[in-house]
Write a protein that binds this ligand. Structure first.
Ligand code: NAD
Length: 381
């Protein structure tokens, strides 16, 4: 298949691009490298030293398969995006190219506006270009479990649509699960869902929206093939996801900083599982005419406290409970449906010591890049 991967230089996009190229697909990465720019602006950056995009592509072509890169801003340059789509005529486009950190989106006015402008305009430019140029393309978008909010108010969280009975008519129907974002970033993912519903209803655009859990881990089989292929590893309070943050703290003898009581339950997925799920979604498109297909891309649910206790037991790490910078329920129960991707062949990898040891190994090897001041850098909201 010919696949365009928007945001393919990022934490999820890079290993996914390699996985798809390794499976024999022709991959065009489109990335404006804005994330590398944000690293410099925030003085945060990856613990691993990631190669330039030029070196990454050279190594990928040498060891993995057919990958190239185009430097285009899909939000600001819709004409270039349209030319690209017309040039490649892709079977599928994967949309990772959004500002992806809730804390970043809550820093202040310019970050709020950037997140909305970048995410909504980029995704809308893509939908609009596809229906004109190649309307049968399968659009695969990365959403987040955060669109649902984190409660059991409506029971187990379904895959996008909620079964309801309308009181006045006693009719059973399904509606899009009520959006309940916790940050500007999450709000953009809720708005993306409405774009997909409309483009699907009016033009029949084929969409898979993957509501992904919190991704942890660093490496996949493909990123291990050459040092130039190594993935990024964020550990700071703005872009670092919780388990990777904890592992980097444990390795550097810094107490794990748990927000609030740590009673927040969240859905998690390892980076290798994430890339595998993307492959399954792309290779098994929805039928023409099907409504936007929504899958929960998660492997398991854990509480933040449980993760911290696990690492503390295993490595004797200390734990420090700090005031939660986020506005969120201090404690919650969570149950999530994930049968859709499993029906396509996904076998979730549960948190295990070998995988955690892999991350620990990388964190240990990159200790010199660790800056303890970066870990508690989250803004308050
Ligand atoms: N990392 C996670 O834990 C996680 C969890 C759930 C969902 N997601 C979603 O997955 C997607 C990818 O996340 P990630 O962790 O890889 O983020 P990332 O920041 O590492 O990667 C995003 C990439 O998109 C590029 N990009 C951003 N705006 C662009 C634009 N306008 N034009 C071209 N390129 C642009 C960036 O340069 C970056 O390389 C995001 O949409 C995110 O919301 C991530």
């Amino acid at each position: 298949m010919k696949i365009i991967v928007l945001g393919g230089d990022g934490f999820c996009g890079w290993p996914t691009s390699l996985k798809l190229a390794g499976a024999g697909h022709q991959v065009t990465i489109v990335d404006n490298l804005s994330r590398r720019g944000i690293d410099l602006a925030l003085s945060s950056g990856s613990l691993t030293e990631i190669a330039s995009v030029h070196d990454r592509i050279a190594a990928a072509r040498q060891h993995v398969g057919d990958v190239c890169h185009e430097n285009t801003d899909i939000a600001k340059d819709h004409a270039a995006l349209r030319d690209l789509i017309a040039g490649v005529m892709p079977d599928a486009v994967i949309q990772f190219a959004e500002q992806r950190a809730a804390p970043y989106s809550m820093i202040g006015d310019s970050e709020r506006r950037y997140t909305v402008d970048n995410n909504i305009t980029g995704t809308h430019n893509l939908c609009s270009a596809l229906v004109d140029i190649k309307p049968d393309t399968h659009l695969v978008h990365l959403g987040t479990m955060g669109v649902y909010g984190y409660s059991r108010e409506f029971g187990k969280i379904p895959e996008g649509y909620l079964d309801i009975e309308i009181k006045s008519t006693r009719q059973d129907t399904q509606i899009l699960y009520p959006a309940n974002p916790g940050s500007i970033y999450h709000m953009t993912k809720c708005l993306d869902q409405l774009l997909f519903q409309f483009y699907n209803k009016n033009w029949g655009l084929r969409v898979t929206d993957l509501h992904q859990g919190i991704v942890w881990g660093v490496e996949t089989d493909e990123t291990r093939l050459d040092p130039r292929l190594i993935n990024r590893f964020d550990y700071d309070g703005v872009f670092g996801t919780v388990l990777n943050r904890f592992i980097s703290q444990a390795v550097n003898d810094v107490p794990l900083t748990v927000y609030g009581t740590g009673g927040q339950s969240r859905a998690f997925i390892h980076i290798a599982d994430s890339a595998r799920c993307l492959q399954l979604a792309v290779e098994n498109p929805p039928e023409p005419g099907e409504r936007p297909r929504i899958f929960n891309q998660v492997s398991e649910v854990r509480s933040v406290r449980n993760l911290a206790d696990m690492l503390a037991d295993q490595w004797g790490a200390g734990i420090r409970y700090v005031t939660n910078p986020r506005k969120e329920l201090p404690e919650n129960e969570l149950e999530v449906e994930n049968a859709g991707l499993q029906s396509l062949g996904f076998k979730p990898t549960l948190l295990n010591n070998r995988l955690i040891e892999d991350v620990r190994f990388i964190a240990d090897a990159t200790r010199k890049n660790f800056n303890a001041d970066n870990v508690l850098s989250s803004p308050r909201w």
